[in-house]
Write a protein that binds this ligand. Structure first.
Ligand code: NAD
Length: 296
């Protein structure tokens, strides 16, 4: 496609994503508040603008990759009045569902198409161009944006209307947070009762306890050599990011009047874990806290 792209938010994720668009041959104009982020993107061929408003001049697609909902609303509120008619706005940040829907409404009010397109796959996936995109928005907007997202990712899912991408992301990660705690509790219990880690793994990995937290990301060293447990619990997926997503899930549950008791408990436990100074550890390291809580 001959799209010209504006990319706002060139941080850990946005920087390499913009670099992949550039490498695919698209003209990319970018902006970030942090000078080092701009410099790194410039090295990859991104033309750095003096502001977000300046970055979108001539752009047919505008992508944002920002920390939270308030940043997205602030940037989109400004940009929807200055982007070219017919431009497609895509937010790839992980943000609360209400803000995501509000961003779509801001775009629609100015006649622009828009998508929420949060990702999973982390910094490694952003660099390798293998992210998974979970996308919400109108079918024709998705059809238009899909080819561009495919320059940065491998699996692109159209999940439904405005906000559906964010909903899919927080629901998936709520399963993940809960299942990691469940698997960790089982290993702690097995250990205390004298069961070897390998024996528990061998049984559960082919039985009804089977899940990704066990078979791909096992929280004890040994059974799955590539899991962070074998690498001193270096992330991987940091506990701070898991906590962010669990909190977003709770916000959405409260806002929708839905009861998610295990999701709420998982958010509490990850909050406790992050508060112990472990926010930067891989989220599977929560097993250390659970073990510590047990009677010696
Ligand atoms: P980051 O903090 O490295 O990057 C965010 C960038 O946005 C920063 O460089 C910041 O300066 C910039 N920014 C903030 N306000 C701005 C504004 N008004 N104008 C221009 N730039 C602005 O964060 P990240 O790790 O790149 O994450 C971005 C988003 O992706 C977050 O929503 C995060 O939850 C999500 N995410 C991150 C990961 C991960 O592994 N890091 C994985 C999946 C999803």
């Amino acid at each position: 496609t001959g799209e010209t792209i504006a990319f706002i938010g060139l941080g850990n994720m946005g920087g390499p994503m913009a670099a992949n668009l550039r490498a695919a041959g698209h003209p990319v104009r970018g902006f970030d508040l942090v000078a080092e982020a701009c410099e790194a993107a410039a090295q990859a061929g991104v033309v750095i603008a003096a502001s977000a408003a300046e970055a979108v001049v001539g752009a047919s697609i505008v992508i944002t990759m920002l920390p939270a909902g308030r940043h997205v609303i602030a940037v989109w509120s400004e940009l929807v009045t200055v982007v070219a008619p017919g431009a497609l706005l895509i937010d790839c940040s992980t943000i609360d569902v209400d803000s995501a829907r509000k961003a779509h409404a801001l775009a629609a009010a100015q006649g622009h198409a828009s998508l929420d397109a949060p990702v999973s796959g982390g910094i490694g996936g952003a660099k390798a161009g293998t992210l998974t995109f979970m996308v919400g928005g109108a079918a024709d907007s998705f059809a238009r944006g899909e080819a561009i997202l495919a320059r940065m990712g491998r699996n692109i899912f159209h999940c439904g209307d405005a906000g559906a991408g964010q909903v899919a992301k927080i629901c998936n990660n709520m399963i993940l947070g809960i299942s990691m705690i469940g698997v960790s509790e089982a290993f702690v219990l097995g250990e205390k009762l004298g069961l070897s880690r390998q024996a528990l793994f061998d049984v559960a990995s082919v039985s009804s306890g089977q899940c990704w937290s066990l078979t791909t990301y096992c929280p004890v060293p040994g059974p799955v050599p590539a899991s962070p447990a074998n690498n001193d619990y270096k992330p991987g997926f940091a506990a701070a990011l898991m906590l962010k997503d669990l909190r977003l899930a709770q916000e959405a549950a409260n806002s929708a009047g839905v009861s998610t008791p295990l999701g709420a408990e998982a958010a509490q436990l990850y909050s406790l874990f992050a508060g112990l100074g472990s926010a930067g550890e891989d989220f599977s390291a929560i097993i250390k806290m659970l073990r510590g809580h047990s009677e010696k």
